[in-house]
Ligand binder design. Structure first.
Ligand code: XMP
Length: 517
């Protein structure tokens, strides 16, 4: 396994994903991980990430010296290369020209890291690589034992290596897809240089998880809040495979789910897979609590608290439960490790079942703690979940509650469910569903005039929202074809009662959010 020390680059998680994609297990730890912890981790190789700081400033982070004394290969990326150079006796300075974005790197000689990896060949016979750079500093002089393996016009030392010790550094970012050969470079490091085999595959992950779950819970009973979302669904499938009937799932239908969602969850888990699922029909309880409430944050709180109540009620009826399963995934764990810096532990709203673990003396079982979202999806498919479920767009915990603007009414939810269903069905039919990151309909409780047949209709408005995004922090509205939008609009106005007008949201994030509330 490979250890990645995080110096704070926005791309560090990508390094971990690329290493995992190469079939090698890795973990991400803060750059100040101490010597004992590093020794205990027993890495086959270490990667030092990029970071926002300047190595030549005082008090900037350094890797523990043990990193360079363990006798395992080390790969420094950007800041990671600079700190490696500085820590081993080279020097780093501010570059005259900062380099951000696309650059072309000349690979020199025959380093083990870059040998035969190139996008083009220069007239002089150098291998040329198209890479993504993002740095203001550069290595000026090499530490002892190092040679240059790559250069650009601005950074004569864009890649360095000490082949005898297996130390490599590159100034560019092989983890981002703009670096076209990045994947091969990372594979070269972990496979050929560290000698790690591709063992981290979905079926191995499943076998390994199952063994660990069995060891952890023994013959005890486990409870899981199943939402129908990707993470809790994969946890359900995995736990069922590991411990069968010791697992009981509670699925709360809050009346704010998408069309047919509750039935689909029951079909998949209870009927097909034989998982024990208790479906709680709590629509009235939720809608009752929401009556008269129009403030979005208030609505979120009510929905969250009611969920906890309903779940607690159900859970207290099941005897002898010892464990509560949660769909925590690796990015949540990394984020809460940032808790050191003052950030509170992040528990996803939908998995957050309040005081339950303490009150009922439940211990947590979190079988996805080490997995990235794409790995969770892959094992979901391998476990036999339908791919529509595994590759579904994200759906917020409060569900349609935040897609009905203002006060939530039962018939508004009904109207919205139908409109949303048509939109999604058409996206799938036009092969557009997977090209957008998230798409849904929003119910606007304002009335507008329309003419349907010979009648004037004074009815509600549906807004369609579709966005493209990588991280959901920023997003671009999806430029869906006009004739597609027209078709969706016609179907909604014709098929859904109470809708006279359909609009398409063309606001990016920022300034808009993805949801309307
Ligand atoms: P915004 O609207 O903030 O949404 O641009 C970003 C992503 O987060 C989802 N979202 C939520 N998810 N509970 C959730 O579990 C919430 O209260 C919530 N609000 C927004 C949203 O669907 C999008 O994917």
């Amino acid at each position: 396994r490979v250890l990645i020390l995080d110096f704070g680059s926005q791309y560090t998680q990508l390094i971990a994903r690329r290493v995992r994609e190469a079939g090698v297990y890795c973990e991400l730890h803060p750059c100040d991980m101490d010597a004992q912890a590093i020794r205990d981790f027993a890495p086959r190789g270490i990667i030092l990430s990029g970071g926002p700081q300047s190595v030549h400033e005082a008090e900037t982070p350094r890797a523990d010296p043990l990193v360079f004394e363990l006798g395992v290969p080390v790969f420094g990326i950007c800041y990671g290369m600079q700190t490696m150079a500085a820590q081993l006796g080279g020097s780093v300075n501010a570059a005259n020209h900062r380099e951000y974005g696309y650059a072309q790197v000349r690979a020199r000689g025959h380093s083990r890291l870059l040998r035969d990896i190139e996008d083009h060949t220069s007239e002089a016979g150098f291998g040329l690589l198209d890479v993504w750079m993002s740095h203001g500093d550069r290595v000026e002089s090499l530490p002892e034992g190092f040679t240059v393996i790559a250069e650009t016009d601005n950074a004569p030392l864009a890649g360095i290596a000490d082949e005898s010790r297996g130390f490599y550094g590159v100034q560019f970012h092989p983890e981002v897809t703009h670096t076209r050969q990045g994947k091969r470079i990372i594979e070269r490091f972990v496979h050929d240089i560290c000698g790690c085999a591709s063992l981290w595959t979905p079926s191995n992950i499943i076998d390994d998880s199952i063994a660990r779950i069995r060891e952890q819970v023994g013959g005890d009973k486990v409870l899981l809040g199943l939402s129908g979302g990707v993470d809790s669904s994969v946890v359900a499938a995995l736990l069922h495979r590991a411990i069968g009937d010791q697992l009981t799932c509670v699925f709360v239908d809050n009346g704010l789910l998408r069309l047919g969602e509750g039935d689909q969850v029951m079909r998949t888990f209870a009927n097909h897979m034989g998982v024990k699922v208790i479906r709680v029909d709590a629509e009235e309880r939720f809608l009752g609590r929401l009556k008269g409430v129009s403030d979005p944050e208030q609505k979120r709180k009510i929905i969250g608290n009611t969920f906890i109540e309903v779940f607690d009620d159900e859970a207290s009826r099941i005897e002898d439960v010892k464990w509560l399963a949660q769909g925590t995934i690796y990015p949540d764990v990394i984020e809460s490790a940032g808790a050191k810096t003052g950030k509170a532990k992040v528990i996803k709203s939908h998995h957050n079942v309040g005081g339950l673990p303490e009150e009922m003396n439940l211990s947590l079982v979190e079988p996805l703690r080490e997995l990235f979202k794409d790995e969770v999806r892959k094992i979901g498919v391998e476990l036999g979940l339908p791919s529509e479920m595994v590759y579904r767009h994200p759906f917020p915990g409060p569900g349609l509650g935040v897609r009905i603007l203002g006060e939530v009414e039962k018939d508004y939810a009904e109207t919205l469910r139908q409109a949303d269903h048509i939109f999604i069905e058409e996206l799938r039919a036009a092969d557009l569903y997977d090209q957008v990151s998230q798409a849904f309909a929003v119910f606007l409780p304002v009335r507008s005039v329309g003419v349907v047949g010979d009648n004037r209709l004074y009815a509600h408005v549906i807004a369609l929202r579709a966005v493209e995004t990588i991280d959901f922090m920023t997003a671009r509205w999806a430029h869906l074809p006009y004739d597609f939008l027209e078709r969706v609009c016609l179907r909604i106005v014709n098929e859904v009662n109470g809708v006279s007008r359909v609009v398409y949201d063309i606001t990016g994030k920022p300034p808009g959010t993805i949801e309307w509330e």
